[in-house]
Design a protein around this ligand. Structure first.
Ligand code: GLN
Length: 256
């Protein structure tokens, strides 16, 4: 078995070590004897996206996201939308997540028309949402607790009926108001979680890999791996989240 992973814009969208998610997915596949081919796809480069099982897009600053607009418009936009509707797996982090929606309006009022692959939009503001945070994945995505780090000005508002990736346990998530975090649409996993998010959330990583394996090979369930320190890393991050100031008035915190 083999999975082909396309790493989109590795030269532009790579905040807070987000490329570590690629290394984690490759390691967790190879530890199970599953081959993994990773192809970077940079600005100005083209490729047959139907060759790939999984797409990864990391986070970026406002100006970096603006740099992508021309490249998306030139062709990748339609191919990426087709890949989403084709059920190919995506892991999109922060700016890469915002890119999947209709638009991202920066805090300076610059509107970036993005893919429109999923019905949501994002509006930036002066006050940034920063800190260690935690959320619980929806049952569709496995139901585990994810710990991570967020740093975004964008407030993402999901369209009617669009499923969030999970529910905020502590922190801001999509917008700091409605308790949602990220998005799940077909096999697109969008999240604000930097870090990289996957090494300290192995159940989340395996769920993402399983969706890509299932699409390519039919049924696929990955047996748990006995990785030393994995649990300790998750627990240590969780302890950091619990130290975070109590949520502001008016926002229930399901867990803390
Ligand atoms: N520039 C976007 C924002 O501030 C995304 C930031 C990021 O990818 N960390 O919301």
């Amino acid at each position: 078995m083999k999975l082909r992973i396309c790493h989109l814009y590795p030269d532009v969208l790579n905040l807070y070590g987000d490329r570590g998610n690629i290394l984690c997915m490759r390691k967790r596949l190879e530890d199970r004897g599953i081959a993994c081919e990773i192809m970077p796809l940079r600005i100005g480069e083209t490729a047959d996206l139907t060759r790939y099982d999984l797409f990864f897009i990391g986070g970026g600053q406002d100006f970096e996201q603006e740099v992508l607009l021309e490249d998306l418009r030139k062709g990748k936009k339609e191919e990426l939308k087709a890949a989403v509707e084709d059920g190919r797996t995506f892991l999109c982090i922060c700016g890469g997540y915002q890119m999947m929606g209709h638009y991202y309006e920066t805090a300076d009022g610059m509107r970036c028309p993005f893919l429109g692959a999923i019905d949501f939009h994002t509006v930036g503001a002066r006050r940034r949402m920063i800190g260690n945070y935690a959320f619980s994945l929806s049952e569709t995505s496995g139901g585990s607790t994810v710990v991570g780090f967020e740093n975004h000005s964008g407030r993402t508002m999901l369209g009617p009926g669009v499923e969030p990736l999970g529910t905020v346990l502590r922190g801001y998530g999509n917008n700091g108001e409605d308790g949602t975090e990220g998005v799940r649409y077909h096999n697109v996993f969008g999240t604000y979680s930097h870090g990289p998010v996957l090494p300290k959330n192995p159940a989340f990583c395996d769920r993402i890999l399983e969706t890509a394996l299932q699409r390519r090979y039919g049924e696929a369930s990955l047996a748990p791996l006995a990785v030393p320190f994995e649990k300790a890393a998750h627990e240590a991050a969780l302890a950091q989240v619990k130290l975070r100031r109590k949520p502001r008035r008016g926002r229930s915190s399901a867990w803390l």
